[in-house]
Design a protein around this ligand. Structure first.
Ligand SMILES: Cc1cc2nc3c(=O)[nH]c(=O)nc-3n(C[C@H](O)[C@H](O)[C@H](O)COP(=O)(O)OP(=O)(O)OC[C@H]3O[C@@H](n4cnc5c(N)ncnc54)[C@H](O)[C@@H]3O)c2cc1C
Length: 308
């Protein structure tokens, strides 16, 4: 019952999501391979160094630099063969591709797995994490994504063999037009140890800069509630929650965020939660380790002025 990990690369680096997927796969199978779709053959080295991988299967083609998900899904479905499991970390990357692979293989993908009970039984969140459902699948091939906050991240002491696969690129109805990536020197939101997150309470995009200032001071990532994103304070790459990123940092500092269940779904596994809010009844305050009940502008100005 072998497992195949669909690797997500950020440049040449393996994503934290993929590292969590390897750990999950090792609970299901003694034989875990990795699949990389790339335009750059040299990416094989970072994947081959991952702990817990037997063989890295590489499909290298110039068109894969910006290939459509339809093309990628077809390639993955063709590689599946005798693999029992196709596993990837939960991310926009995998959520775009794996349902399409599921459709091609005629199986029901299982998303956001947080715990593995047996080789076909998994625990996953429902209703924004308010219910943890145990689901059992009877599919012959199991396609799943796993929460990167629920599994250890595989290290870099492996030495997997690398195999090149030849593949023919299929036609697609969609084509790549352009990519707009937000660039930031700050830590990546989903893997950061510290996150300073701002909500509607900030009131404007200009005020939201106070959150960014504090994040820089703490070497933290910036997060936001959906209300802050919808109001245009910051781009939706930074949204934390049910329809945003799921995070579990050591410190989550929530400023002017009420703590709607959809927001809590994305950050409730944080180790220490600190809240700055002037409403003592805000749900966010009820789940916090520390609440600073104060006007957030006073708090942010004080913290930003503090000399370390
Ligand atoms: C299907 C669905 C999916 C959703 N997904 C997400 C999601 O992924 N992420 C998400 O965040 N939301 C999500 N939402 C929206 C969610 O329900 C809330 O509307 C949103 O989280 C509220 O954002 P907020 O806490 O910033 O705003 P508010 O609820 O308006 O809270 C603002 C807070 O700021 C405090 N405040 C205001 N001024 C000050 C001040 N001067 N000093 C101190 N405190 C102050 C207030 O006391 C209040 O607690 C989703 C909703 C739906 C229906």
């Amino acid at each position: 019952m072998s497992a195949l990990i669909l690797i997500e690369l950020n440049g040449s680096e393996v994503s934290a999501n993929s590292r969590a997927a390897i750990t999950a796969a090792s609970q299901l199978s003694d034989s875990v391979d990795a699949l990389v779709l790339t335009n750059d053959a040299s990416n094989s080295s970072s994947v081959a160094a991952l702990s817990g991988i037997n063989t890295v299967k590489m499909i290298v083609d110039d068109s894969l630099e910006n290939s459509s998900v339809e093309v990628a899904s077809k390639l993955i479905a063709d590689v599946m063969g005798d693999y029992k499991y196709l596993i990837s970390g939960s991310s926009t990357f995998s959520k775009n591709i794996l349902p399409r692979v599921g459709a091609l293989l005629d199986v029901q993908p299982i998303s956001d797995v947080c715990e593995i009970k047996s080789n076909n039984t998994f625990v996953r969140p429902l209703y924004a994490g308010n219910v943890m459902a145990t689901v059992e699948t009877s599919d012959e091939t199991i396609v799943m994504t796993v929460r990167s906050t629920a599994f250890e991240h595989s290290g870099d002491d492996g030495s997997a063999s690398v195999e090149s696969l030849s593949a023919s690129m299929s036609e697609s109805n969609s084509s790549f037009v352009s990519l707009q990536e937000s660039e930031s020197e700050r830590p990546e939101l989903t893997t950061a140890d510290r996150i300073v997150s701002g909500g509607r309470g900030l009131g404007s995009k200009e005020n939201f800069a106070l959150i960014e200032q504090l994040a820089d001071k703490l070497d933290a990532a910036v997060g936001a509630s959906r209300a802050a994103v919808d109001a245009g304070f910051i781009s939706n790459d930074y949204q934390v929650g049910q329809t945003g990123k799921v995070v579990a940092p050591k410190l989550y500092l929530a400023v002017g965020i009420s703590g709607a269940i959809q927001h809590l779904a994305g950050m409730k596994d944080s180790q220490v939660i600190v809240v700055i809010n002037n409403d003592p009844d805000a749900p966010m305050s009820r789940m916090a380790d520390l609440v600073w009940q104060v006007d957030l502008f006073d708090a942010l100005n004080e913290l930003n002025a503090y000399q370390v």
